[in-house]
Design a protein around this ligand. Structure first.
Ligand code: PLP
Length: 465
């Protein structure tokens, strides 16, 4: 059962100041953040808050890091904007070549936000088949309980029912879905990981066959499901198995790493967790990958689509042009920010640090939060950790959506000085509540101890025994 939530966030917020901004809700009185430094946010009312949500898993290296601020302002002072249709720009070239060389991709496309990257990836897959002489490939497959963005194509691809509901008449019917990979919820008791992976691979194989193998363009998945379900990782072998099914049918294999990518999982790319360590990664490397959020760390809007060499080759042998363009594509400010963040992550070994700090976070959560009566699961990789809340641990019965359990816990933890990300009720019939911990990779061990204490106290405050 839920108890009354902690008092409103007046201690952290700016009170009841009216707002002219049309936020996601019309509610006013959100805490007014006025400054960020390192792993902390400061509000107008004087509160200091550990940014353990990293915004929405965006803030990868902390706030106001001087090297990045200098790189972005230098770019602004030198050349704020040119059209990428008319000129190249050095930061975009440098970031693209590094990212492609580091992970075996052929080209990178830079956009401004995650949804724009997903739209671009969808269109790239579609045009790839046209270029390849297979224009009948128009269908896309994603997974239930997934989120791929907010624009109409991305909403059609993802399966976040609550976000889709009002807009269903506008969504293309070329988009289909198979089951997600979620061992906590959907793996049969007694099944091995291998058996679960084999079941999911067989389902994808059957779905492609049912739709008509020569009509399917691409399969999209988040290696670690973010906001739709709360940092749900794949089962070992799953990515390789899904890629193999796609290969068999000539379907492009696409990973959406907008939330889990660029170091947050403790590897540069989350799919690398599943690659055979003795291989060059090709057994798990996607044909097309999206990135956003942590790529720019919050310093300037930036997202990316990474394209495998074989896909680039098909365009090179075809028209040589991708019919897709945005005014702020490859923006100087965005790519300067991305390049500075990328270099900072490498220079300070932050991918490895993220993996190790994540291990500490999970260990402490398993010791003191998982035993709580309403915590069903603690999971994730690196500093992308989800906590699922249930009424009953045995039956895994979720709370009703209307109880807003995750929101109340998020508020209670904020009152205690740490911001966490949270979500609930992605789909009809799926009322799961989760808290997501996505701090900057620079979070210290002491801050992790503090965070776990506040999360535990917040859960205990909202969910009575
Ligand atoms: N894809 C995934 C996996 C996401 O988590 C998100 C955002 O949360 C998006 C796409 C959309 O990104 P944006 O909100 O930047 O448009």
């Amino acid at each position: 059962t839920t108890t009354a939530k902690a008092s409103s966030s007046a201690a952290n917020g700016s009170g009841t100041t009216p707002s002219s901004v049309f936020h996601r809700t019309l509610k006013t009185g959100l805490p007014m953040a006025i400054r960020g430094e390192g792993n902390y946010l400061y509000t107008a009312s004087g509160a200091k808050i550990l940014d353990a949500s990293g915004g929405a898993a965006v803030v990868s290296i902390g706030h106001a890091v001087p090297e990045v601020v200098e790189a972005v302002t230098a770019q602004l002072g030198t050349l704020p904007y040119v059209s990428s249709a008319l000129f190249g720009m050095q930061p975009a070239e440098d970031l693209a070549s590094q990212m492609c060389n580091d992970a075996g991709f052929g080209r990178a496309i830079f956009l401004t936000g995650g949804s724009e990257a997903v739209e671009t990836a969808i269109k790239l897959c579609r045009q790839y088949h046209v270029e390849n002489g297979r224009p009948e490939r128009t269908k896309f497959i994603a997974r239930e309980i997934s989120y791929h963005g907010n624009t109409l194509g991305a909403l059609a691809l993802g399966r976040h029912d609550r976000r889709r509901k009002n807009f269903m008449p506008l969504l293309s019917t070329e988009f289909h879905a198979v089951s997600p990979c979620n061992a906590y919820r959907f793996k049969n008791a007694g099944d091995s990981d291998d058996a679960y992976v084999a079941r999911l691979a067989a389902e994808l194989d059957a779905k492609i066959t049912e739709l008509g193998a020569d009509t399917v363009a691409a399969f999209f998945m988040e290696p670690i499901v973010g906001a739709a379900a709360g940092c749900v990782p794949f089962v070992p072998g799953y990515i390789r198995a899904m890629k193999a099914v796609c290969r068999k049918h000539g379907v492009l294999f696409c990973c959406d790493e907008i939330m889990c990518g660029l170091g947050r999982s403790g590897k540069l790319h989350a799919w690398q967790w599943d690659a055979d360590p003795n291989s060059d990664g090709d057994d798990a490397r996607p044909d097309v990958q999206t990135l956003g959020k942590g790529l720019c760390g919050g310093y300037a809007p930036l997202s990316a689509v990474l394209v495998a060499p074989a896909v680039v080759d098909v365009f090179a042998r075809g028209t040589g042009a991708f019919v897709n363009g945005y005014t702020f594509q490859s923006s100087g400010m965005g790519t300067a920010a991305g390049l500075a963040v990328y270099n900072y992550i490498k220079k300070h070994g932050l991918v490895e640090q993220c993996r190790l700090r994540g291990q500490l976070l999970v260990r402490l959560l398993e010791e003191s939060v998982l035993p709580l009566p309403h915590v069903g699961s603690v999971r994730g990789n690196g500093l992308f950790i989800g906590i699922e809340l249930v009424q009953d641990k045995e039956t895994k019965q979720p709370y009703p959506y209307a109880d807003k359990v995750a929101d109340k816990i998020g508020d209670a933890v904020l009152e205690r000085g740490a911001a966490v990300y949270y979500g609930s009720g992605c789909a009809d019939g799926w009322e799961g509540d989760h808290i997501m911990l996505c701090p900057p990779y620079t979070i210290t061990e002491d801050e992790i101890v503090f965070l776990v204490e506040q999360v535990k106290a917040g859960i205990q405050e909202v969910l009575s025994e």
